[in-house]
Design a protein around this ligand. Structure first.
Ligand code: ADP
Length: 875
């Protein structure tokens, strides 16, 4: 940045400041020659994120201007790091050449610059900036009369999905979509979405959205695409307007939107997703997740689809069984599976190459990938068409792999075998594609030959055997001789003109060389512009076929997912689940895939367990020692349901799965202080969501709910939650608890049964068998677990003495749950609670109680008193 004079900023600074004002909220990459430069605070931020040198250039307002820069040719890597760090970047390019600037405004004219693109997390298409196995979603939200419309797209492949939801379930939808970037209209209730990008509200009108979709797809009406609600259209409008803004008028690939209907999928909220570690483990990484454990896909597109399948499992029998039949097709035929997976491994990422081409960011290499991908698709079609007993879904998919012959043929004739990523030096259009290009190339070739012949002739004529004709980018072609021979060529009538004297060598030109070199340059320039024209035509041809190419890419991804799941099923000895519409869950020898894999690494065996839930036995209360395997059992069953509904085989010997509409997983007192609520508050908020949303068709796992508070509260809540699930929700539920007292619920709840994970004390040591058995747990083994964990023996001995005392007290008084048997049934009690206002004094007294302040003795006394009171109230 040139120094500013006292009278004001320099023209360049003025230009910079105007562009910077257009790039609010973004770092401005300002193109200067071969660098993108950043100034002021942008430079400070970028230098610290990228760990590059912060320098300064000139002055502004009397102070040095901080500056840093990145080379244009390696800008992608720097962009990737900035975007990852949560930054947004505006790219200001030179939009005219220095020559054009001079012609326009004289020798001092400043080259015009303009922002050509905003680079944000949700608008990436570059291979280097994207993870091959992960979708990159941009989501826009809009509200129309209380309904929230959601438009989600992955512009790297052009997929676009519209849906709507109520505000209470928005969090769950956003958790499923796992967006890289969210766009909302200005004034949106920002509390839950602090990172969202606000855009003008007028972009989010449903009329504008409808118009934008029609224009985008060249349609007079949207009726043929699906039934879009006003809220969906409004969100779609906001999304397209944002992409238009980010691309400065160039829209990326957007395929016709699909509508996602509520009810066709297994609903899960954010807490369930996190607790089941479906696509990411608790620490946020893919490693350790269900996805990482089952992903055997051969392509990035397959891995992306698998992640999507697991994030949104199906809830319709027909769709689930269609996917399962496809997996079975590859499962039963090992040769076919090996062959298909080999072919898939050689497949380029068709969808993403298409995305770059349509967005105007494609390269000759991308065109080559479309050619190779489609050609590979026909080989895959051939292989699979020949396979026996093809399921119906496979037939539909194979149809998408056909009919691309014309495009394959065009690209095959037009492109060289391995086209480059850069267009600058041409040579990507194949010989024999265009006669004119061939002629230009042969003219240049002849000139090059002529130059080679010239070299031999000059050597002979001058007698200088060390004479050479060379080429560099500055001088073009020149004749070079060692300094000691230069006199021969220096003489006035030699026909050579002097160009440059180097240390030890002298360079010359000759008229003939100049002419031949001119031919090469001219032919080269014309050839380059011809290749550019072909590139544009090929790009158009691919863009015209965008929907068919995208459909082929999607079909290949589906085939890859099925072949990968079949591979995983064989590897883990998994079975094909039977899908039922009744709310049952019958699993024989079920296993937890992630825990099993972790144990296998340590050469340990996973103990398989059955689960058997039905209308008449739908709630299993599971006790047993800590570390006994309760959580693992709960989760393995939830994962089996999820896998089955995603269309996968499951880790079990046999499984019959009644389709669930919602899946809930809760873990008591998860350590979630980061969200600013106490752990117990989180536990209760999450439990409340289940109690209000679960239906008879849902499947719920509750792990130690009530653990996050004192014993009395916790047990009371656990008790009430079990009753509510049993009496009101009537859904399938596995409930793990360490409260022995809850086993008394079996007396009143007839569809509840008691189970425990087995353990044995052997020679004073605790042996955890990880085996599930019917009946209540006999004792808690807490002290044995403590010993196992290495708690020093004097402490364990002391705890033993205390326990003996406590247990004696319990035997004498009936224990913590004494009197609970006399409680009215849940249904009666809740009806009573609703009518009896003001609330009963017992509840009030419990609510006011500071349990932590009580000694065991006081607690016991209080229980006696409460029991007496309760008996009086009920009589
Ligand atoms: P709990 O919930 O009862 O405290 P977990 O389910 O967390 O116990 O299991 C504790 C550990 O025991 C697990 O990390 C795993 O290593 C092991 N484990 C659990 N279930 C099994 C099983 N079925 N077979 C083998 N090991 C298991």
């Amino acid at each position: 940045m040139a120094a500013s004079s006292k009278s004001g900023p320099t023209p360049m600074m003025e230009q910079y400041l105007v562009l910077k004002a257009q790039a609010a909220g973004c770092l401005l990459f300002y193109r200067m020659g071969d660098f993108f430069e950043l100034f002021f605070d942008d430079a400070r931020t970028a230098a610290s994120v990228l760990d590059i040198a912060l320098t300064s250039r000139g002055e502004h307002d009397g102070k040095p201007v901080p500056m840093c820069g990145v080379p244009v040719h390696s800008a992608e890597g720097y962009l990737a790091r900035l975007i990852k760090a949560g930054q947004r970047v505006a790219i200001a390019e030179q939009v005219e050449t220095p020559e054009e600037a001079k012609q326009r405004g004289g020798s001092k004219a400043l080259v015009k610059r303009d922002i050509v693109r905003f680079v944000t997390a949700g608008t990436l298409t570059e291979e280097a900036l994207l993870n091959p196995g992960t979708s990159n979603r941009l989501v826009a939200l809009a509200e129309v009369r209380g309904t929230i419309g959601i438009a989600a797209c992955d512009i790297s492949t052009g997929e676009m999905v519209l849906e709507e939801t109520a505000s209470e379930t928005l969090d769950a939808v956003l958790a499923r979509l796992d967006a890289s970037e969210v766009v909302v209209p200005e004034g949106w209730e920002a509390s839950g979405l602090p990172e969202a990008e606000c855009r003008p509200a007028r972009d989010f009108s449903s009329d504008a959205g409808e118009e934008r979709l029609k224009t985008l797809h060249g349609l007079a009406t949207l009726d043929g695409l699906g039934d879009f609600s006003r809220a969906m259209l409004a969100a779609a409008g906001g999304l397209i307007a944002y992409l238009d803004h980010a691309g400065r008028g160039t829209l990326p690939l957007l395929l016709p939107p699909k509508v996602r209907l509520g009810g066709s999928e297994l609903a899960m909220d954010g807490a369930t997703r996190a607790s089941l570690e479906i696509t990411a483990a608790q620490d946020g990484s893919r490693a350790g997740s269900l996805l990482a454990c089952i992903d055997r896909c051969s392509t990035g597109a397959g891995a992306r689809l698998l992640a999507e399948d697991l994030s949104a499992p199906l809830a319709e029998r027909e769709a689930i069984t269609a996917r399962l039949s496809l997996v079975k097709h590859f499962h039963r035929d090992p040769l076919l599976r090996t062959d298909i997976r080999t072919l898939l491994r050689g497949l380029p990422d068709l969808g993403r190459a298409l995305g770059r081409i349509v967005a105007g960011r494609g390269s000759p290499r991308d065109l080559g990938q479309i050619r190779d991908g489609l050609a590979q698709a026909s080989r895959i079609d051939e292989l699979l068409t020949g396979s026996k007993d093809r399921p119906a879904l496979l037939g539909d998919l194979l149809a998408k792999l056909r009919g691309h012959e014309a495009l394959i043929d065009l690209l095959t004739r037009a492109l060289v075998a391995t086209p480059p990523t850069e267009r600058g030096s041409g040579n990507y259009i194949a010989d024999a594609f265009d006669e004119e290009l061939d002629e230009l190339r042969s003219a240049a070739g002849n000139a090059r030959k002529a130059i080679a012949a010239m070299e031999a002739r000059y050597r002979e004529e001058t007698g200088v055997t060390a004479l050479k004709i060379k080429h560099n980018n500055v001088l073009g072609y020149f004749i070079e001789v060692p300094a000691k021979h230069s006199d021969t060529l220096m003489s006035a009538d030699s026909g050579f003109t002097h160009r440059q004297t180097m240390a030890g060598a002298v360079r010359f030109n000759s008229l003939t060389l100049h002419e031949e070199a001119g031919r090469i340059t001219e032919a080269g320039a014309r050839a380059l512009s011809l290749e550019e024209r072909h590139f544009a035509a090929l790009t158009d041809a691919v863009s015209d076929a965008r929907e068919a190419v995208a459909a082929a890419a999607a079909a290949l991804a589906r085939i890859d997912v099925a072949a990968g799941l079949a591979e995983r099923a064989v590897e883990g000895d998994w079975c094909q689940p039977e899908i039922d519409s009744e709310p049952v869950l019958e699993i024989e020898d079920g296993r937890h895939p992630v825990v099993e894999a972790a144990l296998a690494k340590a050469n340990e065996r996973f103990v398989a367990n059955d689960c058997n839930l039905s209308e008449s036995d739908r709630l299993w209360l599971i006790g047993g020692p800590n570390m006994g395997g309760k959580s693992t059992f709960l989760r393995q069953n939830a994962l089996i349901v999820l896998l089955a509904q995603a269309g996968s085989f499951v880790p079990a010997k046999a499984a019959r799965i009644g389709i669930a509409d919602r899946l809930f997983s809760r873990v008591g007192a998860a350590d979630n202080l980061a969200r600013g609520r106490s752990t117990f508050m989180v536990e209760m908020v999450e439990t409340a969501a289940i109690l209000s949303q679960a239906t008879r068709r849902s499947f719920v796992i509750l792990d130690e709910v009530g653990r996050g508070t004192s014993t009395y509260d916790g047990m009371a809540l656990a008790w009430a939650v079990v009753e509510a699930v049993h009496e009101t929700l009537r859904c399938r539920c596995l409930f793990a608890t360490h409260y022995h007292e809850l086993s008394r619920l079996a007396e009143t709840c007839d569809s509840l049964s008691l189970h425990h994970v087995r353990a044995r004390e052997w020679k004073g040591e605790l042996v955890l068998l990880h085996e599930l058995a019917r009946g209540a747990a006999d004792k808690s083994y807490g002290l044995a677990v403590a010993r196992l964990a290495g708690v020093p023996s004097p402490v364990v001995a002391r705890a033993k003495a205390v326990l003996a005392k406590l247990e004696k007290g319990r035997a004498e008084t009936g224990g913590l749950a004494a009197g609970l048997g006399e409680l009215p049934l849940f249904a009666a009690a809740s009806a009573q609670a609703e009518v009896s206002e003001p609330r009963d004094t017992l509840a009030d007294r419990l609510a006011e109680l500071d349990i932590d302040a009580l000694s065991p003795r006081e607690a016991l006394d209080l229980l006696y008193a409460l029991k007496k009171e309760a008996a009086q109230t009920n009589s």
